[in-house]
Design a protein around this ligand. Structure first.
Ligand SMILES: Cc1ncc(COP(=O)(O)O)c(C=O)c1O
Length: 468
């Protein structure tokens, strides 16, 4: 009897499942015939399946709006996309089809906003929530947009930030304040370096914001690094946020919005389980209960989901170039790119993604380590979210084995850089954008070819040697 890779997956997970199915031993991702894609474009390849971005935005809106209806929650829900999760124009253009707002985190982000405006992808009513520790150039750009009558809301990271707007913003401007949350118990530090301490917020408002008729404090924001999870730490932090909201609301009637940040998880494993509807309902329920007990009105809710918006749209596809046996138990599949440079979260923060072969699902399996092309000891991947081992099909001759890391659409290029130079000069893979029309037909576009050597040599100054 053969124990095939398909058997292994079907015994371990519910399979097929949303976005993944196997036909004739070949994997399809949202109906995309990956083998055909490889034949046409070759590996290494990054793909972005754009419809998934809109689908996830609509899912989140539905979870929160259903909860609002069910609880009779007297406020509305507002979806902001946090641009730092993926700054690509095609991501922003797709996301903006869904009547959303944006969240920025640095000066150059504001240039993206202007560019989107000039290209009519957003208008001046689109709320732009500006987060992050602000440099002078960031506050200058924020002020510029505020003075051009954009609907821009700086979220103060510290008390000094207000001074930067006092003389530069001419018209009335809404403000938010970020609360410095406590870090999760296992972290090395106690309090986030971002935001203003809980106990300083009310006095700051009374002494600095309230006396200035130009500014209205509208939003309280917090972000929990470990994500929105059903654990004591999360609910505890939410309670503390609500305490500040209640206290401030009593002295600041115009405060009407609570921004619960990002951290809505994405599906990082075939075994992933998360009850999104329950979490949305519980969060709103807790806010409503607190506000009713304290006799203050309920805030409108804002979220800034980054990974959730974009992670599930992305994948990397690699070929296995060779199999190496380094001792009796350690076998390696060497791939045609680097995990370290292309998926930095896999080594930097030990993130796991959905890893599946594209072909050979009918082959028997073996325990394997995947090795990247850099010389770095850490350029490997050998465990999954559900187990400390990694199994892939035997190669057994024939066509090469192709593997895909799925749901990798968030942060990977923001952390590793896109283009530019990389460890051991491993190039950025070719990048294909995939759309689906209303009749379900898929279309493909090469967004970028595999990075070429001249782009790296230019960054490294070799082009200047020619001039000497
Ligand atoms: C202020 C803020 N909002 C939103 C996000 C997005 O988080 P995620 O991608 O986990 O949804 C981040 C991520 O660092 C953040 O710092």
């Amino acid at each position: 009897m053969k124990n095939t890779y398909l058997d292994l997956i079907q015994q371990t997970f519910y399979f097929p499942q949303d976005g993944f199915e196997v036909k004739n031993n070949y994997l399809y991702f949202h109906g995309i015939p990956l083998k055909q894609l490889i034949e046409e474009y070759e590996t290494p390849m990054r793909i972005t399946y754009l419809p998934k971005i809109s689908e996830n935005i609509q899912r989140a809106k539905k979870y929160f709006n259903d909860a609002i209806r069910k609880l009779n929650y007297p406020g509305n829900y507002n979806y902001c996309y946090c641009t730092k999760s993926s700054h690509f124009a095609h991501v922003l253009v797709e996301a903006l089809k869904n009547d959303i707002y944006l969240e920025t985190s640095s000066a150059f982000d504001i240039d993206i906003i202007e560019c989107l405006y000039l290209n009519k992808m957003l208008n001046k009513d689109t709320l732009i929530v500006c987060n992050g520790f602000k440099t002078k150039i960031y506050t200058q750009r924020i002020s510029k947009l505020a003075n051009l009558d954009f609907n821009i809301m700086p979220v103060l990271d510290n008390m000094e930030e207000l001074e930067a707007y006092e003389n530069t913003i001419i018209y009335d401007c809404d403000l938010g304040i970020r609360i410095a949350s406590e870090e999760q118990p296992e972290f090395q530090l106690y309090t986030s370096r971002l935001g203003i301490r809980y106990k300083e917020i009310k006095d700051f408002y009374l002494n600095k914001i309230k006396p200035n008729p130009k500014f209205k404090l509208k939003m309280l924001h917090f972000f929990i690094n470990s994500g929105i999870k059903d654990n004591i730490y999360y609910w505890n932090e939410l309670s503390k946020l609500l305490k500040v909201y209640v206290e401030l609301k009593r002295v600041c009637p115009e405060l009407d919005s609570l921004n619960i940040g990002g951290g809505w998880p994405f599906r990082s494993s075939l075994g992933f389980e998360y009850d999104y509807a329950y979490m949305a309902e519980e969060i709103l329920n807790k806010i409503k209960q607190t506000c009713e007990e304290e006799n203050v009105s309920c805030p409108n809710i804002f979220t800034e989901f980054g990974s959730f918006t974009v992670a599930e749209s992305g994948a990397f596809i690699f070929s296995v170039l060779a199999e190496k046996h380094q001792n009796d138990s350690e076998r390696w599949y060497m791939i045609d790119n680097s995990l370290m440079t292309t998926m930095p979260d896999s080594w930097g923060i030990n993130s796991k993604f959905i890893l599946l072969p594209i072909n050979k699902w009918g082959n028997e399996v073996q325990r394997i380590n995947i090795g990247g092309l850099t010389c770095d000891q850490m350029d490997y991947y050998n465990s999954e979210a559900h187990t400390n081992e990694l199994y892939l099909p035997l190669i057994n001759g024939g066509e090469p084995l192709y593997i895909g890391f799925f749901h990798t659409g968030a942060y990977q290029e923001s952390i590793s850089g896109y283009g530019g130079t990389k460890h051991c000069l491993i190039p950025s893979p070719k990048h294909i954008l995939i759309q689906k029309d209303e009749s379900g037909n898929l279309s493909y576009e090469v967004f970028a070819d595999e990075q070429r050597v001249d782009s790296m040599l230019t960054v490294l100054g070799y082009d200047k040697l020619d001039e000497d």
